[in-house]
Design a protein around this ligand. Structure first.
Ligand code: PGA
Length: 256
């Protein structure tokens, strides 16, 4: 079967950073993209804290920058003090929601089953779930990377997953915010494994069509190399997504 083209996605995860004044970075990013002679071939997204989704969506109006959430509850609503539903994020202007980020998995003890239920809730309201997987340093040292990410993928993907409503992000936990990245060979190996697992789980067309992002210390200086690896369909970016200059420097890997 012919391979379905996958449009890359470069998504910024602001984590617990940003205030309303951060809208200026989004506006600056919009200007940088508008000024570029060649338009980026990737989709661009920023996932700010929930308090800013609406504000950043407004700031991004008229630019190709889309907005997403960083997490949601698996229920549509109800007695869950402090939580937020996928529907609420959608109402505020989000197109996608990150689920199962390693910081959620560790800070909030989120299991694959919880992540799976969250992804299903995201799909149920018509948004895209960005499902994160990744091994810890100990697991990597034990040679367990492929087994761990394969199990996380299987356990975190709901039956509702399709190439259209799901994006996978491979983020080695030890590479997040550390400035360290795996070798190109290691990234290629994990992404190829995830691709094979996706085909096994979703079937050929959906598995080949699902985007698999790399995340963990992606910077302007390593983006071209990382984004050039087979089966890497974009990036999930933390620290470097906070300023327009750095984030655009990564998006520039898709301007050529
Ligand atoms: P980083 O974070 O780019 O700062 O390493 C990536 C992430 O956690 O998504």
């Amino acid at each position: 079967m012919a391979r379905r083209a996958r449009r890359p996605l470069v998504a910024g995860n602001w984590k617990m950073n940003g205030t309303r004044s951060s809208a200026r970075e989004v506006k600056a990013l919009g200007r940088l993209v508008a000024k570029s002679q060649t338009k980026p071939s990737c989709e661009i997204m920023i996932c700010p804290p929930a308090t800013l989704v609406h504000h950043i969506r407004d700031a991004a109006r008229g630019t190709p920058v889309r907005v997403g959430g960083q997490d949601c509850h698996f229920a549509q609503g109800g007695a869950h003090t402090g939580d937020i539903s996928a529907d609420m994020l959608k109402d505020a202007g989000a197109r996608a929601v990150i689920v199962g980020h390693s910081e959620r998995r560790s800070d909030h003890d989120e299991s694959d089953a919880v992540v799976c239920a969250k992804a299903e809730a995201v799909h149920a309201c018509g948004l895209t779930a960005i499902v994160c997987v990744g091994e810890t340093e100990t697991q990597r040292d034990d040679g367990a990377t492929l087994r761990i990410v394969g199990a996380q993928l299987k356990g975190s993907l709901p039956a509702s997953a399709t190439a259209k409503n799901t994006v996978i992000a491979y983020e080695p936990v030890w590479a997040i915010g550390t400035g360290r990245t795996p070798t190109n060979e290691d990234v290629a190996k994990v992404h190829q494994h995830l691709r094979r697992r996706l085909v096994a789980l979703l079937g050929e067309a959906e598995g080949e069509g699902t985007r698999v992002l790399y995340g963990g210390s992606v910077k302007p200086g390593n983006a071209v190399e990382l984004m050039g690896i087979d089966n890497v369909d974009g990036a999930l970016v933390g620290g470097a997504s906070l300023t327009a200059k750095d984030f655009f420097g990564i998006i520039a890997a898709y301007i050529r």
